[in-house]
Design a binder for this molecule. Structure first.
Ligand code: ADP
Ligand code: MG
Length: 241
């Protein structure tokens, strides 16, 4: 498995945000993307997901050598791309269990009946140490920061993606909640999968140790290194000159 982002340029409302971004991610690898606010990190997530508000003006996104940059979001998900957004939407009236059942079936060739889905869900919830009654809550409605992030990780567990891209999955969490999220991510990571974590916190990268750290500045990768780059950034900030 390989995700290749090649010379990606993207705009929103005609405004260029991504300006020639290159990144290659292979199975078994964990990549961290750091960088100042407004650099385009969440834009990269939206563009990879296929969000209709963003336009790719140059470059491509290849998943196993297939160009996915014009595919619909559902088609990308079916190919094994999972994206968690920085601010997941709240959808009162839709229970978490119903939502999770829908998204799970949307990436499967054969849909799972409720009788088959519920045991699968409970297995994943147990793995992630999430209490079973949590599934009856309305999607993200009144969820604490930690609960929203755990709901995203539960989605990832069910969809079992080849590549997961998590945008600030650690932000707004207290130390214990951050540790739980990190443990869950480590549980789900396998040599067949790749993970891209967008984060501001080197402390989080102590818990989910990346193989590569990239700094995104002004729409492109300005520097790449190993996990020690995160330490260096914490001390020096993003001024790389
Ligand atoms: P980051 O996640 O790195 O903090 P973003 O990708 O969210 O950065 O934002 C990158 C830039 O895109 C910012 O300058 C932001 O103001 C701009 N931007 C994001 N969304 C919109 C939008 N809907 N319309 C215009 N500009 C936007
Ligand atoms: Mg962001």
């Amino acid at each position: 498995m390989k995700l290749s982002i090649e010379n990606l340029h993207a705009t929103i409302d005609g405004k260029p945000i991504l300006k020639g971004l290159n990144l290659e991610v292979r199975a078994g690898e964990i990549h961290a993307i750091m960088g100042p606010n407004g650099a385009g990190k969440s834009t990269l997530v939206h563009v990879l997901a296929g969000h209709p508000a963003y336009s790719i003006t140059e470059g491509k996104i290849l998943l196993d050598d297939q160009d996915i940059s014009t595919l619909e979001p559902e088609e990308r998900a079916k190919l094994g791309l999972f994206v968690s957004f920085q601010t997941p939407p709240e959808i009162p009236g839709v229970s978490l269990v119903h939502f999770l059942h829908q998204i799970t079936n949307s990436v499967r060739k054969l849909p799972l009946s409720e009788e088959l889905f519920l045991p699968l869900l409970e297995k994943k919830m147990n793995l992630l140490k999430i209490e079973l009654h949590f599934k009856e809550r309305q999607l993200n409605d009144g969820f604490s920061g930690g609960e929203k992030k755990r709901s995203e990780i539960l989605q990832m567990a069910l969809l079992d993606p080849k590549v997961a891209l998590l945008d600030e999955i650690d932000s707004g969490l207290d130390v214990d909640a951050m540790r739980i999220i990190a443990e869950s991510i480590n549980q789900l990571m396998t040599p067949q999968k790749a993970l891209i974590l967008i984060t501001h916190y080197q402390r989080f990268l102590d818990l989910v140790r990346p193989h590569f750290v990239h700094v995104l500045i002004d729409g492109k990768i300005a520097q790449s290194g190993d996990h020690t780059l995160a330490l260096q950034l914490e001390e020096q900030g993003y001024d790389l000159s």
